[in-house]
Design a binder for this molecule. Structure first.
Ligand code: EPZ
Length: 479
């Protein structure tokens, strides 16, 4: 579909552009509120979950929209000066952070309430500050997804380097290399990436490694570049395909999303669009394992089983029966689980974001499961916490050997990252006694009201808060 360009991409007037370092002079109140918003988000920072194990989960849970599809979609709004309406946005902390980031640049972001609570309207007509500051990037690495769109639309971007992460080094060198291949000039100093280009031009990018946000970032940048871009060794995740679907609705010319080679014909400008975000496959997978572990009978609605092929296959190998339709899954499990090895891979392989939850399942399976983490070099933080609950797990580098079945007993445990937190909640659902899980702000980043959803199908779970004073500093959370 070739878009007839209306007029050269309407870039904001450079005279109005606020260059880095001038932030303090910004008179616009927006920024001030953004900082207090961020501090406000810290409320609930010391919340804990108290979970009494042993209840079967019975009933139905509605799955929320995908965090990892919503974040790049919100960044894509930067590419046009027309409003972008996104539906099925999950109400999780990372979406708040992304909203604050866009507002700090001068965007208008309306998060819906009530019936429209999962809709957001973003207008990037008057972007004035092409910057993602360290304060934001240190709390959410995905904020680096604004790099490509900012350079493509505004010709300039200043984005903080993300820094270390609980689950691995996670550099963004492939994003930078890709932008350079599209003609951007990149300077890295004082912990920031400064990228600029009069107009990006099409190029040939072969990713050294498959990277999800790298593919998304450069797909967005190439959409407004001059000429054709060919990207090889791309990520094929459903979130990448969903972003391509949005960009095509905005007027982009993209072929091959979901395969390892994409062709993008750059266009002069993109326009507004309305798009429904895909369901969250990792939230779905987490609840599937909750049903299996508790011997429950659970139906998950508003989900997409096609996005979970590898997990479903692995669980069937463990003896689980799952009935799926186009947008729902029913899990009934009464049998003893059998151990099965798992290797995390890029999509369509077994997702690394389900590795921690699968480890909890492996503690309840008869036999030895070997879990190999191939994507991130340090993603077994949950193993020690599960061991505190009585699990038999031996970690050797990127391999974890789990011997089961072991009975888990309640203990005080703490979250280290988003998916590790989910594995502890799952363990507490089957542990004997009352488990206290600390630092659940990690789980709030990517699961919408998980305790309410679990309670609605019979779990004994409650949130207790030790509210800190409103202006508490936000610790650097990663992953
Ligand atoms: C995305 O992270 C997801 N985050 C992650 O989900 C997910 O674990 C990951 O993909 C893998 O599936 C979002 O989509 C917001 P990568 P991303 O770039 O894109 C290395 C969750 O729990 N690499 O595909 O950051 C990297 O270190 C989160 O929701 C480079 O070396 O992951 C890793 O080893 C956690 N250089 C591997 O590639 C780069 O420039 C894959 O990382 C980029 C990546």
């Amino acid at each position: 579909m070739k878009v007839v360009p209306k007029s050269p991409a309407r870039r904001p007037n450079p005279a109005k552009l606020v260059l880095p370092g001038a932030l303090g002079e910004l008179k616009k109140p927006v920024t001030r509120t953004w900082i207090s918003d961020l501090a406000a988000c810290s409320e609930g920072l010391m919340d804990k979950f108290v979970i009494r194990g042993g209840n079967r989960l019975v009933g139905s849970i509605r799955i929320s929209g995908s965090k990892n599809a919503a974040l790049p979609a919100m960044a894509a709004a930067i590419l046009t000066d027309e409003p972008v309406v996104l539906e099925n946005i999950p109400d999780v902390r990372d979406i708040q952070t992304e909203r604050n980031l866009l507002v700090s640049m001068g965007a208008e972001v309306e998060l819906g309430y009530g019936r429209a609570s999962h809709r957001t309207t973003i207008s990037c007509r008057d972007l004035v500050n092409p910057e993602a500051a360290y304060e934001v990037v240190k709390t959410m690495r995905a904020s680096t997804l604004v790099l490509g769109p900012l350079v493509a639309r505004m010709g300039r971007a200043r984005v903080s380097q993300p820094g270390g992460c609980a689950i691995g080094a996670r550099p963004i060198d492939l994003h930078i290399k890709g932008l350079e291949r599209l003609g951007a000039t990149i300077k890295q100093e004082h912990g920031y990436i400064e990228a600029s280009a009069d107009r990006l031009r099409g190029g040939h990018i072969i990713f050294d490694k498959i990277t999800v946000t790298g593919t998304e970032d450069l797909m967005m940048a190439a959409s407004l570049a001059e000429g054709e871009t060919v990207m090889e060794n791309c990520a094929r995740e459903p979130e990448v395909v969903d972003l391509a679907a949005l960009l095509i609705k905005m007027g982009a010319n993209i072929e091959g999303a979901g395969t390892s080679t994409m062709r993008i014909q750059g266009v002069e400008e993109l326009h507004g669009a309305r798009h429904r975000i895909i369901p969250d496959r990792i939230e779905t997978g987490t609840f599937v394992i909750a049903a299996v572990l508790t011997g429950g009978d659970l139906t998950l609605t508003n989900c997409d089983p096609n996005h979970l092929g590898a997990l479903i296959q692995k669980l069937e190998e463990c003896g689980v029966s799952i009935t799926a339709s186009a947008d729902s899954m029913r899990i009934t499990n009464g049998h003893q689980l059998t151990a099965a090895d798992v290797d995390t891979e890029e999509f369509p392989g077994f997702p690394t974001d389900m590795q921690a939850q699968y480890m909890t399942l492996a503690t309840q399976a008869q036999g030895t499961s070997i879990i190999t983490e191939n994507i991130f070099e340090n993603r077994f933080m949950h193993a020690q916490e599960l061991a505190r609950m009585g699990a038999n797990i031996k970690v050797e580098g990127r391999r974890a050997v789990v011997r089961g079945k072991t009975s888990l007993s309640s203990a005080a445990v703490q979250c280290s990252d988003l998916r590790a937190s989910a594995s502890l909640v799952l363990a507490a659902l089957v542990a004997d006694g009352e488990t206290i899980i600390d630092r659940v702000y990690h789980i709030d980043r990517g699961y919408e009201r998980i305790e309410e959803k679990l309670k609605s199908v019979g779990a004994q779970i409650r949130r207790i808060g030790e509210f800190l004073p409103r202006r508490a500093a936000v610790p650097s959370v990663v992953a």
